[in-house]
Design a protein around this ligand. Sequence first.
Ligand code: NAD
Ligand code: 6OD
Length: 489
Amino acid sequence: MPTTQPPELLCFVDGTFVSGTAPFDKIDPVDGSLAATVHEAGRDTVDAAVAAARKAMQGAWGQTSVSGRVQLLRRIADRIEDRLDDLVAAEVRDTGKPESLVRELDVVRAAMNFRAFADVVASSGIESFLTEVPGGRKALNYAINKPLGVVAVIVPWNLPLLLLTWKVAPALAWGNAVVVKPSEETPSSATLLAEIMIEAGAPDGVYNVVHGFGPGSVGEYLTSHPGIDGVTFTGETATGSAIMRAVSPQVRPVSFELGGKNAAVVFADADLEAAIAGLSRSVFLNTGQVCLCTERVYVERSVFDDVASGLAQQARALKLGRPADPDTTTGPLISLAHRQKVRSYLDLAVQEGAEVVVGGGVPDLGPDLAGGAWIEPTLWTGLDNTCRVLREEVFGPVAALVPFDTEQEAIRLANDTAYGLAASVWTQNVERGHRVAQAMRVGTAWVNTWYLRDLRSPFGGVGLSGIGREGGVHSMHFYTEPTNVCVQL
Ligand code: NAD
Ligand code: 6OD
């Protein structure tokens, strides 16, 4: 039970915390209690945030050297580590995730994001060509990368601080100013990051936070604002589509990391024990609320029963409970509204002919947690790719297992989706691992692992899963505009 008063979260504009218009309640998904009161920004606050970011770009920040930015990013990473406990508490309060998960994944990655992009910007050069013009003349072409400008950063609730810093770090590394809109479900860590920005010495206006909702609120005001130079967004595909419409009159660049319906392909020659453990992590991590989570598991027929029973055993071993309990492996869904959506897919799966191997409903965790957004980890068999539960993103701890007979069939089934974010392939045949991974129509294909990241690699999706890539120099391409200079020699 909460022992302290729920905090009041303000917006952050031009280096100062400011009140919004209408306050709204943020509910703790663990038990339905009040987690925080949040100040929703009105249009005037969004205008002020965009103006503050513009002023920062036109002032000293716009002239900051690469080494100045690198040092700032490193100080921010250090301060994130100094404030580890505060950030863990903020993230846990909003999401109900197990504390251990937030400590090991979300906050570690937040610091890593700033350090990684400090390294990338410090070591990146410029593109140049020595041009030979017919007739014997020569010219030097070189491109300098200028900041994009004022970047709107819109992020979801599933990995709030990790995904926020994955975008803010490269934006700042290449000299931009940001206006951030965290999800209405997870306002705390973005607000705390504002304190960290002050402590690290970020100039006023470089990092601004506006709280609120999407349509008819801050999300819409910000993405249609004439003062922004680009939008980087992570969230649902339908929201990406709405944002694209909002920015289209201004013809601004977008970077979109959207939804997924990710496949795993398990061959009979896989190390089955390792594959089942890896699959379990890929289906159930963060209660299935990671865009990269596996929701479709294709298994070679000869080992289908072994994989299904092994994965079911892993699902039964998960421990749902309060975030602070060290035995807890699995938290609630983000909200009762999201649970309603996930439950509708649990019902749909049964209507579509699923056999429920494990789970399939709402667990009874006692009166203490009855108001929370809890759901059982769930596995289905008996479905195929024609079913809606294999075509639509559920975004919960669920997966359908489907048998296959040949490698070609497995590739066809895995690629039979409008999404294209990630896939994993499980085999001990190295050649097959490369071959099948390369055949996946996705942004990232893992072999014998899942969600192993190198922040220098391109990250993004194809099809309904996104537009563009971020990571390493790919982030530079989004967060800068090159000016090519051509000098006749
Ligand atoms: P969402 O699209 O509902 O919300 C994301 C953000 O967009 C929130 O801040 C929300 O307030 C805002 N928003 C909503 N409507 C808007 C509008 N019309 N204009 C501007 N902003 C608007 O997503 P969610 O429910 O918070 O997150 C879950 C989704 O995110 C899943 O689909 C998941 O797959 C996806 N996701 C993708 C990635 C990736 O890297 N591809 C990563 C994480 C999550
Ligand atoms: O690890 C990352 O950089 C990243 N963008 C992960 C996205 C996870 C989706 O929920």
